[in-house]
Design a protein around this ligand. Structure first.
Ligand SMILES: *Cc1c(COP(=O)(O)O)cnc(C)c1O
Length: 386
């Protein structure tokens, strides 16, 4: 008997420990974990460097209020801004909080320049920005919003790839366009580089803000620190979460100086967001990801993974429809429902997770090696051959 609310359809398995790319179940089996808490454990399980960092901080101070200066957070913000488009950072605890804070920052900016009527956010229909009451209405998904009305106003939608409707949907009231640089839950759909560049131009022309949700695709997952770097564009606001904490809950919103000017004292806050314990882990994650050559290695290993998967697609053209994604954010799209395939992979000790459009998501840690990828390929091939 479980006393947990049944808002998850949980697989009947639990784990007693993890190490790197592997998880060990309570019934003594070893699994190759290509879920990694849904792109959260960017450096794998029980990373020794992260263990050292958190243990060091645990003995000093865990939590102080944001009404005091938190040096560990100052340091993490400085490093994030040094490496990106951003001038300022606001820390949160999760992805949904980060996307909500991004929406708040966009609205507040227009309010602060005397244009409070510019407050609507334009999003892709059936995107994913989290599960809070505003974020589900931002997603425009019927399934996610069912039973949670009244509708939270202030969001407009266009269909993925429908540029005409996108342009038509921008009105005098639009404050920002918010999209995932790579749609994760939606089926690992990469927004093409030229599209991102056109979107940037469009936002400049209409004098609206570009919010790129990098909660899932950011922090090295795509092979670059942020996925938008592939297209060489600069967004105005970027919510992040998942990978930045390496398993510790951290969210954040990165923004330009212009946008940040609206966020004056009292406009937003978070009791837990940016506490010293979280910030030390975040800094440790960056120590590793910012190390010279780390992202190059992610690019090389992911290139290998994509090419091996492509070979499987050619070998099984009636099962695998398409290999999607960028870096180590990978989707294997099947022709039919993927539920049973995922179960069979799990029977053979490979953990994966679903996404929309019959997609199986493969999210190895950024530290994954060739041997582990070869094992995954072998298992996927076996299930294809069944
Ligand atoms: C996971 C995710 C979120 C929500 O993050 P939570 O930490 O679950 O609130 C938001 N946006 C994107 C793109 C995500 O993948």
């Amino acid at each position: 008997m479980s006393f947990l609310v049944k808002n998850y359809n949980r697989r009947k398995i639990s784990f007693k420990k993890g190490k790197g790319s592997y998880l060990y179940s309570t019934n003594g089996k070893k699994y190759l974990d290509f879920v990694q808490g849904i792109a959260v454990n960017s450096l794998g399980h029980s990373n020794p460097y992260l263990i050292k960092a958190i243990n060091k901080q645990v003995k000093k101070v865990w939590h102080v209020s944001n009404s005091f200066i938190i040096p560990e957070g100052e340091k993490l913000a400085k490093r994030l801004t040094n490496k990106t488009f951003a001038d300022y950072v606001m820390f949160q605890n999760s992805g949904a909080e980060a996307t909500e804070a991004a929406i708040k920052a966009a609205r507040r900016y227009f309010y602060s320049i005397g244009k409070p009527q510019k407050n609507r956010i334009l999003c892709i229909k059936n995107s994913f920005h989290g599960r809070t009451i505003a974020a589900i209405f931002a997603s425009g998904s019927k399934k996610m919003t069912e039973g949670f009305y009244p509708k939270v106003d202030g969001f407009d939608h266009f269909e993925f790839g429908d540029h005409k409707s996108l342009k038509k949907s921008i009105t005098k009231k639009t404050a920002a366009i918010m999209i995932e640089t790579i749609m994760g839950e939606g089926g690992i759909k990469v927004i093409p580089d030229w599209c991102l560049r056109d979107l940037r131009k469009l936002c400049n022309k209409k004098k609206i803000l570009l919010i790129l949700d990098e909660v899932q695709c950011g922090i090295g997952r795509s092979g670059k620190f942020f996925a938008y770097e592939h297209a060489n564009v600069k967004p105005d606001i970027v919510p992040i979460a998942k990978g930045i904490g390496g398993g510790f809950p951290i969210g954040a919103v990165l923004m330009t100086k212009k946008v940040a000017s609206g966020m004056t004292p009292g406009t937003h806050g978070s009791t837990f967001g940016g506490n010293p314990l979280a910030m030390s882990v975040g800094n440790a994650v960056l120590d590793v990801i910012f190390k010279k050559g780390f992202l190059k290695k992610v690019q090389q290993i992911s290139k290998y993974f994509h090419s091996e998967l492509e070979k499987l697609r050619i070998k099984h053209p009636h099962i695998i429809k398409e290999i999607r994604g960028l870096g180590l954010l990978i989707g294997v799209q099947l022709f039919s429902d993927q539920t049973n395939f995922i179960k069979r992979l799990m029977d053979k000790k490979l953990l994966t997770i679903r996404a929309s459009e019959n997609v199986i998501r493969l999210l190895p840690p950024l530290t994954v090696n060739k041997k582990e990828i070869d094992l995954a390929i072998k298992i996927i091939n076996e299930v294809c051959e069944e």
